[in-house]
Design a protein around this ligand. Structure first.
Ligand code: SF4
Length: 88
């Protein structure tokens, strides 16, 4: 279980600064990976990012709205087969 950044993310970046486990990553100018992502293996579920996000784009995995549920797997894929596999 982890927190998940959904497609509502506008890349403000406030979440990155408050994450105590350095679990939030992104890549520049890559349309395939347009938002920030949370590493589900290192997130300690503190909730700091959710509270900080002005877009309200971050949810606990159990509370992701139905229309954004695909973003749970997108966050996982970022670290397993996307740019994140080289960032951790
Ligand atoms: Fe980082 Fe806490 Fe957000 Fe997990 S819930 S990504 S540990 S700020």
């Amino acid at each position: 279980m982890a927190y998940v950044i959904t497609r509502l993310c506008q890349r403000v970046g406030a979440c990155v600064d408050v994450c105590p486990s350095d679990s939030i990553h992104f890549v520049d100018d890559n349309p395939e990976w347009p938002t920030y992502y949370i590493d589900p293996d290192t997130c300690i579920e503190c909730g700091a990012c959710e509270a900080e996000c002005p877009q309200e784009a971050i949810f606990h995995e159990d509370e992701v709205p139905e229309e954004y549920k695909d973003d749970i797997q997108k966050n996982i894929d970022y670290y397993q087969s996307g740019p994140g596999k080289d960032q951790v």
